[in-house]
Design a protein around this ligand. Structure first.
Ligand code: ADP
Ligand code: AMP
Length: 214
């Protein structure tokens, strides 16, 4: 089962992708997490990506595409995977389709998690991410048991630099301009599925299970 998660930044793609990965025992591949891990490790890729991420811009396609195309060919992806944050541009989607076609393969579902812009800014300022394991929470909607501490691994939680309101506004502009066209792209290829992302995360997940099957 090969799945793409679509939606604005903060729509809940990562939250749902983790639940999908657990339920169907497939890897969760988040390009944002890959970049953040590279930034933390101080790699050359991380240094390049950071200059774009801090401004709310997309990292150039050439730094993302090969990374994902290599990743989805690893053994753990044989049964499927859930891509979170990729593709984000039409050239990325075309490159993924072309690479999969060469392997006689294709994406099965593109799930669009629909949340209006008004809700996004509130969500992002409340998002907290674990510095160690990448788990995400929300100070109001998905609080941790102890404030500021990850339930899963006990490490510290932070507000991501790119979740500050000025950067979120830029990221939303970039989303509408460069990523939203993917909705038409996947509608045309017949694999687009829409879910309402404004409801409780459990209800969003139930709608996704209805699409993917038990
Ligand atoms: P994305 O991966 O699309 O950027 P996240 O999954 O990180 O988004 O979610 C953004 C923020 O909204 C997080 O703080 C998350 O805990 C919270 N969130 C996710 N789903 C919901 C939901 N259905 N209702 C309310 N808040 C949610
Ligand atoms: P995310 O964690 O998915 O919100 O991604 C955080 C940031 O990483 C984005 O705002 C982009 O700067 C960068 N990024 C992640 N995935 C991609 C991608 N597929 N293409 C370009 N930039 C990306």
């Amino acid at each position: 089962m090969k799945i793409i998660m679509l939606g604005a930044p903060g729509a809940g793609k990562g939250t749902q992708a983790k639940m999908i990965a657990d339920k169907y025992s497939i890897p969760h591949i988040s390009t944002g997490d890959i970049f953040r891990a590279n930034i933390k490790e101080g790699t050359e890729l991380g240094q390049k990506a950071k200059t774009y991420m801090d401004k709310g811009l997309l990292v150039p396609d050439e730094l993302v595409v090969d990374l994902v195309v290599d990743r989805v060919q690893k053994d753990d992806c044989a049964k499927g995977y859930v891509l979170d944050g990729f593709p984000r541009t039409i050239p990325q989607a075309e490159a993924l389709d072309a690479a999969l076609a060469k392997l006689n393969d294709k994406v099965d579902y593109a799930i669009n998690v629909e949340v209006p812009d008004e809700n996004i800014i509130k969500r992002m300022s409340g998002r907290r991410a674990c510095v160690a394991c990448g788990a995400t929470y929300h100070i109001v909607h998905i609080p941790t048991k102890v404030e500021g501490i990850c339930d899963r691994c006990g490490a510290e939680l932070i507000l991501r630099d790119d979740d500050k309101p000025e950067t979120v506004k830029k990221r939303l502009d970039v989303y509408h301009d460069q990523t939203q066209p993917l909705i038409d792209y996947y509608t045309n290829s017949g694999i687009l599925k829409e879910v309402d992302g404004t409801v409780d995360m459990k209800d969003v997940f139930a709608a996704i299970i209805d699409i993917l099957g038990e």
